[in-house]
Design a protein around this ligand. Sequence first.
Ligand code: NAD
Ligand code: MG
Length: 367
Amino acid sequence: MKISILGCTGSIGESTLEVVRKSKGFIKIASLAAHSNAEKLSRHASEFGVSKTVLTSQTKNPEALEELATDPEIKTVVMAIVGFAALKPTIAALKAGKTVALANKEALVTCGELLTALAEKHGGKIIPVDSEHNALFQALQGHSIEQVDKLIITGSGGPFRGKTRSELQSVTIAQALNHPKWKMGPKITIDSATLMNKGLEYIEARWVFGLPDDKLKILIHPQSLVHGIVQFIDGSMLAHLSPPDMKAAISYALYYPQRQPGAVEPLDLVKAQKLEFFEVDYENFPCVNLAQKALKKGGVAPTVLNAANETAVQAFLDEKISFLSISDMIEKTLESAPRQNLDIQSIFAADAWARQKCQENILSLRH
Ligand code: NAD
Ligand code: MG
């Protein structure tokens, strides 16, 4: 099987390379793309004998990622790019009837309704790699969606679980980047500290599984061993457990409907000892609610939420705003968002508008 890995130098990209290494030649890589780390990209290309590579920060071809994503040679695209930048190549891949092993969540958050329609129209397929959605996808095998009462996604609660807003006032970048369970790229790690990651995943679940939001639920599960639970109409629940290692989800997505032997070490349940579940602390972590509201509002509201979040998280990482200002900036940007219909052009326009508006909000905060 031949694949393309877009975003091969990141956390998901490199976990995908490990799954490929273990496949003993079953999975072959046709092409690799990354944003700016030329040295790492060429190291990966030479290890896997890949001749087609794209470094997006340097290429003069604006369609370069779309070309890799639609290459007739490949069956599957692993979408490991972070942020809204994944949207165009995801659209191209689905239009070309490819299977997209989709780790990126921002494309589904902004454009989920249109992406699932495109996949259906052109025979493309989205296989969720985000661990919670991959877990639900696994637990749903052999069941029809009509038998589902609720889909439950779990989250560890991040490094600040149990803290109040006043305690969060002065948290540092290093503290926010110190996730207790998962090792991930910086943007999603900050999203996990604000809990925006769960908000984005809630929207993502809406489109991956096509269920209305009253059937979606988030639970905090600090041990990060249960990733998703399907609650059926008869009261039964099927949960998916694995170590917090993205290779479990990536491997399932690439081998589906088969399984890769030994993809990850199975859990030692005796050692794990306890599995706890709590309600989300909406009061101290307002980002979840902002995301749920944006989904309810519909149209381009999730796009505005996502763009404001990307902008605010970057400003936090650049030491321009405090941790608590991230949610404030998103809320303020969402408040002034124009109502627009949902089509691809409006999504790109709303994304650009929200990035600029959020920057203005950040600047006005500092003066
Ligand atoms: P990362 O920052 O470690 O890596 C991002 C990759 O995207 C890099 O290869 C980078 O070169 C590339 N990239 C960045 N900006 C780009 C641009 N403008 N154009 C093209 N390529 C660009 O991020 P990550 O943690 O691997 O996350 C990737 C995606 O997967 C995110 O959307 C994240 O939410 C999602 N995800 C990650 C994890 C995880 O465990 N890391 C889990 C679930 C979902
Ligand atoms: Mg996740």
